[in-house]
Design a protein around this ligand. Structure first.
Ligand SMILES: [Zn+2]
Length: 278
């Protein structure tokens, strides 16, 4: 072998700065020539090599994204938002399973009571699920990632809204599926939707004053009491599921949403509004 890669070119090769076509010649030659490989090893900066290995190591050690997180990132949600959402306990499988089981039971019970004229039991229970889901999705009592959300570089109210929308979408989606399982009732089976929005926004709007446990409990209890009283008075289709009732539910939801917006700063003093930091 008469030709060898010049030492300057070997150094440039080691730095990754050798340009084609010399790069191609060097590649081919280095594969066959032990002398030039020895020269390459001698001129390669060991510090740069170590740094390269460290970078590769770090890359391999990055925790893998879960399924939910990957999906969220894929549909365009920012990295840190996706991580916080994926860490919301309500979005975890166990909670989803519990909600799904509850809904299946509701549908079974409702179908067994086919002799009644409207799916009252389902309509009465369905709005409570999104309310409970939102209540469970924040607050130190239930949320193992609470510390993380406290130190997250994000507006408290914005984080609350992101989680609320995620939980609402999950709950409304599941309820919607349950409604599809009640085709006999047609659109009447969707009567829970506006009351669900009204209950959830009212529960959130009362949270800064009453706390994350009492507010949703009072709203949910009030809803059940109202249905029982209305049923005692005249049975048949209950007020919330009539056209007028739906309009009232929409108005309540809009009012509570407005109130919630006015109170948005109260959600940024989390320890005060959400109980002591334990
Ligand atoms: Zn050579």
């Amino acid at each position: 072998m008469t030709w060898h890669v010049a030492e300057d070119d070997v150094r440039a090769y080691a730095r990754g700065e050798l340009a084609p076509p010399m790069l191609w010649s060097a590649d081919t030659h280095l594969a066959r020539c032990a002398d030039c490989r020895a020269l390459l090893a001698a001129v390669t900066d060991p510090v740069a090599l170590d740094a390269g290995w460290d970078r590769l190591d770090a890359e391999l050690d990055v925790p893998k994204r879960g399924l939910v997180e990957s999906l969220l990132v894929r549909i365009g949600v920012a990295d840190h938002t996706a991580r916080l959402l994926a860490a919301t306990p309500v979005l975890r499988r166990s909670w989803l399973g519990a909600v799904a089981a509850l809904l299946v039971m509701t549908v079974l019970v409702t179908n067994t009571l086919k002799n009644t004229q409207s799916p009252t039991l389902f309509l009465g229970l369905a709005p409570l699920l999104p309310l409970a889901g939102v209540a469970l999705s924040f607050g130190p009592k239930f949320d193992p990632t609470y510390e993380m959300t406290v130190v997250a570089p994000m507006h408290g109210f914005r984080l609350l809204m992101i989680r609320t929308v995620a939980v609402l979408a999950t709950g409304l989606g599941l309820n919607g599926l349950a409604s599809l399982a009640l085709p006999g009732y047609g659109l009447a089976a969707l009567g829970w939707l506006l009351p669900a929005l009204a209950l959830t926004t009212t529960g959130l709007a009362l949270t800064p004053r009453l706390g994350p446990v009492l507010a949703p409990s009072l709203v949910g209890g009030g809803w059940v009491a109202f249905l029982v009283i209305a049923d005692d008075l005249h049975g048949g289709t209950l007020e919330p599921f009539t056209l007028a009732g739906q309009a009232v539910a929409a108005a309540v939801a809009a009012l509570a949403a407005g109130l919630l917006y006015l109170l948005r700063d109260r959600f940024d003093t989390r320890p005060a509004a959400f109980g002591p930091l334990i």
